[in-house]
Design a protein around this ligand. Structure first.
Ligand code: ZN
Length: 488
């Protein structure tokens, strides 16, 4: 099993699991599942933070056997961030460098789960018999029949719709399998997601066409009619056609998150070799059903008890690189772009609060307090602004926090605000307000322009909170700021 020199994913991941940070191991290998041909699917968990239940992201490569570079990208991503976390080195991919402090924020804020090669049977077949093989190696339904099912058309999302799939085992590319989640490779990932309700993001790495894909894949998006959705059988048979009346419902805030995240992924990847990936909805490639990214995102809609997972897919590389099998420098560029796309996705998944806590050595308990604050803030439109900022600006805030001038002021500030928040009935002191003001001023001066409006609003809130106890602060924030009242 070797394309660019990695002979065995199990061994490669085990080497990473042996690394240490401050004398402590921070990753571990695990068995994701077992294939039709009894091969092991290997996984690695990476986490160096202090939270009991950090957010988790799942990064998958190699679902389609012939796509040679995605497993290399996923492995290189894990390799680079683990080595950087262990050794404190910056990491570079072409023209794009991430400082070690950003890697530390990633590793301490997110449990990162990687599965570099999700279809090892198919890959073995590509390497020994058929370079163009895409499916797994499901045994034929009857002797002499055709082998294999498409593991990225077998998930339980509009499976029976037949959109972009075939019911014939002899279909070379898109046989969907006998039923949803019939395939061991698919079941293994579904079970992993079931077992870990802390998974909030899934990125499925494919190749090639230079695309950054977000839901939905079955039809064009709309945010106006919640009843027009994949859950409503009234619309069966109408999905999959662009420009007609049926469009798939998506929450406008999710759609916005996807567009912003896809844009930051594009911008990051562009720095590698000045090539432009195109963010777009899944349907714009072609109509699909049963894909991992749509399935992951659909779970919380199909089943209320499930947490929301933001699912995306990328198609790394371009036809001119050598399609599924780039070699030499082209392979390296595609692989590096893949790593940067993964890192940017992970940065977008970080909850700023968790990151701040993990990096400021705050106790575990504080994370629960912060979460309860977040829950309270969510209840009002004015408070919701903070939650939205912490989501949409997370990556930019984090990059700013890695700036030593900014980071130096943070621990004292967290300590002051924590004491105030815990006391509930003590007024916010002038000293704490000044600390916050100085910190925000530094952040405003040194951080990116996108942060300025959020910082200004935050400064105004702090001013109004000064002299007030924490018990009143939430109410203060809940009062809509003046500017919002006059402009809307
Ligand atoms: Zn693919």
């Amino acid at each position: 099993m070797s394309y660019l020199g990695h002979s065995n994913y199990g061994i490669a991941l085990a080497m990473l699991a042996a690394l240490k940070h401050d004398g402590k191991a921070f990753c571990s290998t695990f068995k994701v599942g077992t294939t039709h041909e009894s091969r092991k699917i290997h996984g690695l968990r990476i986490y160096g933070g202090r939270l009991r239940t950090p957010r988790a992201v799942l990064i998958v490569g190699g679902a389609h056997a012939r796509e040679m570079i995605p497993p290399e990208s996923v492995l290189l991503f894990a390799w680079k961030i683990c080595r950087s976390y262990a050794n404190g080195n910056d990491i570079t991919f072409g023209g794009k460098t991430y400082p070690a402090s950003i890697v530390a924020l990633l590793v301490e804020s997110l449990e990162i789960i990687v599965v570099p090669l999700a279809n090892p049977d198919g890959r073995a077949w590509v390497e020994t018999a058929d370079q163009n093989w895409r499916k797994n190696r499901r045994p034929p339904p009857a002797p002499g029949g055709c082998r294999g099912a498409d593991t990225n058309r077998n998930y339980d999302f509009l499976f029976s719709s037949g959109l972009g799939t075939s019911t014939s085992p002899c279909a070379y590319e898109v046989y969907r399998g006998p039923n949803a989640q019939s395939e061991p490779e698919v079941k293994a990932l579904r079970d992993l997601i079931d077992r870990q309700p802390n998974i909030r993001g899934v990125l499925d790495v494919h190749s090639y066409t230079g695309l950054i894909l977000y839901p939905w894949g079955d039809d064009q998006n709309q945010s106006t009619n919640a009843a027009m959705s994949f859950l409503n059988p009234t619309f069966d048979g109408l999905r999959g056609i662009k420009g007609d009346n049926y469009r798939e419902h998506i929450l406008s805030s999710d759609w916005k998150w996807y567009q912003e995240t896809a844009a930051r992924m594009r911008d990051g990847a562009h720095e590698v070799a000045q090539r432009t990936y195109v963010p777009t909805q899944g349907i714009d490639l072609y109509a699909t059903s049963g894909t991992l990214s749509d399935y992951a995102y659909s779970r919380h809609l199909a089943e209320q008890a499930f947490p929301k997972i933001l699912g995306m897919a990328v198609e790394i590389g371009f036809a001119s690189d050598g399609q599924f099998r780039p070699t030499g420098n082209a392979a390296k560029v595609v692989r590096d772009e893949g790593v940067v796309l993964i890192i940017e996705f992970c940065l977008a998944m970080i909850c700023t609060g968790d990151a701040v806590l993990s990096s400021s050595r705050a106790a575990r308990k504080f994370s629960d307090e912060l979460r309860s604050l977040r829950a309270e803030l969510k209840e009002s439109p004015a408070g919701q602004r903070y939650v939205e900022w912490s989501t949409s600006l997370a990556g930019r805030i984090l990059v700013s926090l890695a700036d030593p001038h900014v980071a130096k002021e943070l621990p004292g500030l967290v300590k002051e605000f924590r004491a105030w928040w815990n006391a509930k009935n003590q007024p916010l002191s002038d000293e704490a307000a000044k600390l916050a003001g100085d910190f925000l001023a530094t952040l405003r001066k040194r951080g990116p322009a996108e942060l300025a409006p959020a910082i200004d609003a935050f400064m105004a809130d702090i001013e109004r909170m000064t002299g007030n106890p924490a018990s009143k602060a939430i109410r203060t924030i809940r009062a809509k700021p003046k500017s919002a009242r006059t402009t809307s």
